[in-house]
Write a protein that binds this ligand. Structure first.
Ligand SMILES: Cc1cc2nc3c(=O)[nH]c(=O)nc-3n(C[C@H](O)[C@H](O)[C@H](O)COP(=O)(O)OP(=O)(O)OC[C@H]3O[C@@H](n4cnc5c(N)ncnc54)[C@H](O)[C@@H]3O)c2cc1C
Length: 299
């Protein structure tokens, strides 16, 4: 970690929440569901689909895991009532993965059944490597229960291309992202170009097969490369979508993708846990500090 990032991180940790809020709010829709729904409505009106994520992870109490499960079920109710073009993405450690196998499965299936009751989609975010196989196992166990279930593959993990080959099938819906956690070099690629190449290979693997690829990156040269390949290979629009994190500036690239008839989805984190979550992410990946500062100045 550079000394600048280290100093900023120390400063952020000791500053009061209200001082940090103006910076974090660019990337987090709000603390309340009402504010968040308004953000989704606005984005839907502009042509974007959305994914909601209640901020939080690594819960250490079954009561909290059950409460989060209820919150996610209610969120599907609200999405349906408000007729939003929106689905949900969850982190398994937020609903009890670290506590108990039966608990997380019960909670997960409750959310999945609620998604099914509205014919909506549920994706499982991918967390750090101790949870990769557990996440894939849970996905594989439940995809036979309800098909509108998706997972995430991280291009920095050396195993991910193999996972893509093994999982790719008609109903396979995966988000491909670079990966945000700090993983050891025996299991993860560290070189930027190698990660970009692996991202491209995984995307090609999915789209050459039968699966659906959610291409989740802000890396413009990588988007260019994938877009060119998609066009050269006549991949139909219903086989893929582009995904970005809410608030990350993309110039007019998103509008251009929409105007080509491509689907673009914005991933929107929200909830009261925004401060602790943001701090954990910054500690995990201090490079985000430089992103946030650069983006603020770009604005
Ligand atoms: C929709 C979506 C869902 C994701 N889900 C997961 C997941 O389940 N598991 C997981 O491990 N990772 C997830 N990620 C994060 C991802 O793995 C990367 O860490 C992140 O997207 C940065 O990589 P990049 O591909 O955008 O390329 P980079 O080269 O890292 O970034 C390209 C440019 O995008 C901007 N940028 C990127 N990230 C940020 C940021 N956080 N804040 C401000 N500016 C930024 C910067 O301007 C940067 O120069 C997700 C990302 C997206 C877009």
């Amino acid at each position: 970690m550079s000394w600048i990032n280290k100093s900023i991180l120390t400063l952020i940790s000791i500053l009061p929440k209200w001082m940090i809020h103006p910076f974090a709010k660019t990337y987090v829709a709000g603390e309340t569901i009402e504010k968040t729904i308004q953000v989704v409505k606005n984005l839907n009106n502009l042509g974007f689909s959305c994914t909601l994520d209640i901020l939080g992870e690594h819960v250490q109490s079954s009561t909290i895991a059950e409460k989060i499960t209820k919150d996610y079920c209610n969120l599907y109710d609200i999405i349906s009532e408000e007729k939003l073009n929106c689905n949900i993405s969850i982190k398994l450690t937020h609903i009890g993965l670290e506590l108990d196998k039966d608990l997380v499965e019960t909670n997960f299936q409750q959310i999945l059944h609620r998604a099914e009751s509205y014919n909506n989609f549920l994706r499982i975010d991918m967390e750090n490597s101790p949870y990769t196989q557990k996440t894939i196992d849970l996905y594989q166990k439940n995809i036979s229960i309800y098909k509108k279930l998706g997972i995430v593959l991280q291009a920095y993990l050396k195993r991910s291309l193999k996972d893509a080959k093994a999982l790719n099938a008609l109903d396979f819906n995966t988000r491909i992202c670079k990966g945000i956690y700090n993983e050891p070099s025996n299991i993860a690629l560290k070189d930027r170009k190698q990660i970009q190449d692996n991202f491209f290979l995984i995307t090609k693997q999915i789209l050459s097969g039968e699966g659906f690829a959610a291409i989740a990156t802000h890396d413009i040269p990588l988007i260019d490369r994938i877009e060119t390949w998609i066009e050269q290979n006549n991949i139909p629009n219903h086989r893929f979508e582009f995904q970005v994190l809410y608030g990350v500036p993309m110039g007019n690239r998103l509008k251009r993708l929409l105007s080509k008839g491509y689907s673009v989805r914005q991933y929107i984190p929200f909830g009261p846990d925004w401060f602790d979550y943001s701090l954990r992410r910054l500690k995990e990946n201090p490079k985000i500090i430089s992103y946030v500062l650069t983006n603020l100045f770009k604005r």
